[in-house]
Design a protein around this ligand. Structure first.
Ligand code: SF4
Length: 455
């Protein structure tokens, strides 16, 4: 969970990076940063919080240059601290370099231990820093060869951007877990986690950065390298289900249309008689729309989301029950009273929030609540960059569907099947990672998964 954006060849590089990151804010809200190059040196600013908290007009003006990379972070490795904010800037034997990384490496601990044994001193606790150390320690000379040498040693998920004084480089792991795409704006190139970041700067979408591709962007234009042996793609299916913005194209395909198809499939598999179809906003909206259109049952926005919640709010001294849930989502009582409703949710992770939401719908007068979920039960943790990291937190790892239904307080509960989910995808099924649903990890992990916990 992180968003990255890069631009090469534009006089307003830092402003474009700011806008691009603004569009990618949903991918991480803990910290944000931008590094620019003016051809002679790199300039960096980063801080904790949202992109709008970290940057002002004044600070952007100080980030001079025609190239930039930026990052918004949600920590999946390393703590939420300023020193772990990215892009991570360092000196290496050829000059300055900065890196922005989305994904999780699965062998970073081994690599880090071995680098430390050889004298490396780490400044952060992130796995992204390992890549810079590997680039610094190799006997190779050029940036390209250093990077290839480093990437050949790492395993796991990475969509990366690097910047030096003279160029930016985009790279995607051979499995292609996380999205990364290329666009063009006049004579400059832009790279982003999702295409919604191109729309805001009015750049044209060109293509995906391919799994296993390294793309160097400099004054000579684009140089594409594919130095890795080809492996089966393992695109993260959860990006389509929940994580990416619905107005984005990821892996070359529309997120919005895919979510609607998930909803249609879900109705086909688990039809229901109801008065209303209601999404859990915002991420459940699109599957609910597909579900409602297929079922011909009225779609209503029966739960309203408060969009103006800051990172912190003061918990009043007086105890108000379920405040955390109600401050975010509030049911429309007049709509729900006496109705049989079907709630469409994109996923259930812990189940505790769903339980509080359903209590709130019952208090609003809903007569019957059926829930339909647009993916299968999450039974296994993700090691490739999505944070539902311990199996103990996942209700489906220790509860049957019937037990989950009772826990949440529903009249019925059905999930989309694995087959149905894969059928709804816009790409052939063999392209996807579905490890959090079936436990078949495309890159071996080094932790043992016992019945109820990770060891
Ligand atoms: S395990 Fe799940 S969340 Fe993680 S990369 Fe695979 S599909 Fe995505």
């Amino acid at each position: 969970m992180c968003g990255i954006f890069g631009v090469y060849g534009h006089p307003g590089a830092s402003e474009l990076a700011y806008l691009g990151l603004y569009s990618l804010q949903h991918r991480g809200q803990e910290s944000a940063g931008i590094v620019t190059s003016n051809g002679r040196k790199l300039c960096s600013r980063k801080g904790m919080g949202l992109i709008s908290d970290v940057f002002t007009n004044q600070s952007l003006n100080k980030l001079k240059g025609y190239a930039a990379i930026g990052h918004v972070r949600y920590s999946t490795t390393g703590s939420s601290l300023l020193k772990n904010a990215q892009p991570f800037l360092a000196n290496y034997p050829e000059g300055e370099i900065a890196i922005a990384h989305n994904g999780n490496l699965t062998n970073s601990k081994e690599l880090r231990d071995s680098l430390q044994d050889r004298g490396s001193i780490f400044q952060t606790t992130t796995d992204s820093e390992v890549i810079i150390h590997l680039m610094a320690c190799t006997s190779k000379k050029s940036l390209k060869d250093r990077l290839i040498d480093a990437l050949l040693q790492i395993k796991g998920a990475y969509s990366l951007l690097l910047i030096t004084e003279k160029e930016i480089v985009a790279a995607r792991d051979p499995n292609g877990f996380r999205p990364l795409c290329l666009g063009k704006l006049d004579n400059s190139f832009v790279v982003a986690s999702e295409s919604c970041a191109f729309d805001i700067v009015q750049a044209e979408y060109i293509r995906e950065i391919e799994p296993g591709e390294i793309l160097i962007i400099n004054e000579k234009g684009l140089t594409s390298l594919r130095p890795f042996p080809k492996v089966q793609r393992s695109l993260c299916i959860f990006e389509f289900i929940y994580f990416a913005r619905p107005d984005s194209k990821i892996f070359g395909k529309s997120v919005y249309l895919t979510r609607k198809r998930l909803g249609e499939k879900l109705y086909g598999e688990s039809p229901v008689k109801s008065d209303l179809i209601i999404p859990i906003p915002d991420s459940g909206n699109y599957a609910a729309l597909g579900f409602a259109q297929k079922s011909k049952i009225n779609f209503e926005l029966g739960i309203i989301r408060n969009h103006y919640i800051g990172r912190t709010f003061i918990q009043p001294k007086q105890e108000i029950r379920d405040l955390d849930v109600k401050i975010k989502l509030n049911p429309v009582k007049e709509l729900l009273k006496g109705k049989r409703i079907t709630v469409v949710e994109d996923s259930i992770v812990r189940g505790t929030t769903s339980r509080l939401r359903m209590q709130s719908l019952r208090q609003s007068g809903a007569k019957r609540i059926d829930m339909r979920v647009s993916c299968p039960p999450h039974r296994f943790p993700c090691f490739y960059g999505i944070d539902f990291s311990t199996r103990g937190e996942l209700i489906a790892s220790s509860h049957s569907i019937e037990e989950t239904r009772k826990f949440i307080g529903l009249d019925s509960l059905s999930y989309l099947s694995l087959e149905g989910m894969l059928d709804a995808m816009p790409l052939p099924r063999e392209n996807f990672c579905v490890a959090c649903f079936n436990g078949k990890y495309p890159i071996p992990i080094h932790q043992k998964i016992s019945k109820y916990s990770l060891e």
